[in-house]
Design a protein around this ligand. Structure first.
Ligand SMILES: Nc1ncnc2c1ncn2[C@@H]1O[C@H](COP(=O)(O)OP(=O)(O)OP(=O)(O)O)[C@@H](O)[C@H]1O
Ligand SMILES: [Mg+2]
Length: 406
């Protein structure tokens, strides 16, 4: 690993303590530049091929919507968990099934945060796809941040605004921080260099550039909070923007979560030892791993829905309303009779019957045990979807497929 300097330090005072704030050099890495040697070339090739498989899996799936939906939700739920909140997929979907009935009644801040994440992603993709929309820039990232951090918890975190105070990462106070990002007065300079590199003509492969930009973003830490989430979204957006994927199909949260210690260590090593190569190795492995897992998930979800559809079609007394409901379940795996009325656009008795038919066919399961205000879930589907997003009692990421435990 070549030793290189990736920035300079500047004395800063925070809360009466002297700290050394780090100001990163502009990308790309220099002295020496990144050498794309045989090993790195191989890593890039492996990751790119996994992305091609993912792109194809995305096209094979009859409803691309629900495929993306599942992964966006995974990322959203995982992001909240990394932050220490605990919204589960079921919480989120239950909330969504009830939403509309009483939109003001946010059950808790976690779920709100996850909803924000989805809106932020949708907004940013629309902007970037629209020739008249915002270009890829700090401005669009700020707007994404504003949507992400909206609401009670984020209010004092200055949503949508680059910080104006000194922050620090890890530790209980500035003096024992793991890392002190650039002082606020330097943010203008480092962020405009960051933006410039977003659009620079660089000979490095786009996947490598996305990896560099992620680290640079985390190193700059432009916001008071939400830097991890925006930095990961950036990768997803860049892959789409640079046409490595035509849809936002790759979410690295799970990988960073599984290897959190190594993730933080690698980020530090870029700053402390200039070890961009080590970071790229880790990052590209993450891209390949997550892409392959997404392909496997797509296949599993597809097979599950296909098998259930066969069962539903063969079920005695099946109704058109129930079939319509079944086709909507992948996007709405938690329903109530009231939400079914809206989804299928039908009367309460028809919605109730359709729901009961899918219960009888073994697709839906009632979860509340109540006589009223009942909630039904597409259990098999949720079990698949939950894989990798919830932690078991040992704090391990829940996985159904034991052979893939990492
Ligand atoms: N030593 C470090 N150097 C640079 N960046 C770091 C370091 N340790 C952590 N980070 C980055 O900081 C992020 C956390 O920052 P912040 O709390 O602002 O983001 P978040 O979106 O709220 O949280 P999270 O990423 O945990 O979901 C981590 O995800 C990681 O990307
Ligand atoms: Mg945070």
């Amino acid at each position: 690993m070549p030793k290189r300097t990736t920035g300079r330090y500047e004395r800063a005072t925070v809360g009466g303590e002297e700290v050394a704030a780090f100001i990163p050099h502009a990308l790309p890495p220099a002295d020496p530049p990144i050498v794309v040697d045989a090993a790195l070339t191989e890593r890039i090739r492996t990751a790119e091929q996994a992305l091609v498989r993912l792109e194809l899996a995305g096209e094979m799936v009859p409803s691309l919507d629900w495929f993306i939906y599942a992964f966006v939700r995974k990322e959203a739920v995982l992001s909240s968990q990394i932050e220490g909140t605990q919204a589960t997929l079921v919480d989120l979907l239950t909330f969504e099934a009830q939403e509309g009935a009483e939109p003001s009644a946010h059950p808790n801040a976690d779920v709100e945060e996850v909803g924000n994440y989805l809106e932020a992603l949708a907004f940013t993709r629309t902007q970037l796809a629209d020739p008249k929309g915002l270009p890829l820039s700090m401005r669009v990232l700020n707007e994404t941040h504003r949507l992400l951090m909206r609401g009670v918890r984020g209010a004092e975190k200055h949503p949508g605004e680059v910080r104006r105070s000194q922050n620090w990462i890890g530790g209980t106070r500035p003096g024992n921080a793991m890392y002190v990002p650039p002082p606020p007065h330097a943010l203008g300079e480092v962020l405009s260099a960051f933006e410039k590199y977003l659009h620079a003509d660089d000979t490095l492969p786009p996947l490598v550039r996305a990896g560099l930009l992620h680290v640079q973003f985390e190193t700059i830490h432009p916001y008071l909070d939400g830097n991890g989430r925006i930095g990961r979204l950036l990768v997803t957006l860049l892959l789409e923007h640079w046409k490595l994927l035509t849809k936002p199909l790759l979410y690295l949260s799970l990988f960073f979560k599984r290897h959190r210690e190594e993730y933080y260590r690698r980020l530090n090593a870029v700053r402390l030892d200039g070890d961009w190569e080590g970071w790229l190795d880790f990052f590209l492995e993450g891209v390949a791993t997550i892409a392959d897992e997404a392909v496997a998930s797509a296949r599993e979800l597809f097979a599950l829905v296909a098998a259930d559809r066969t069962r539903v079609l063969a079920h005695e007394g099946m109704s058109i309303a129930a079939l319509r409901l079944f086709e909507l379940l992948p996007r709405h795996p938690v329903v109530t009779v009231a939400s079914v009325m809206k989804l299928v656009e039908t009367t309460k008795p028809t919605a109730g019957r359709a729901t009961e038919l899918l219960v009888a066919a073994g697709v839906l399961v009632e979860t509340t045990g109540r006589k009223r205000d009942r909630s039904f879930v597409y259990q098999g589907y949720l079990d698949r979807l939950r894989v990798g997003t919830e932690l078991d009692e040992r704090g391990e990421v829940l996985r159904l497929d034991k052979t893939k435990t990492s």
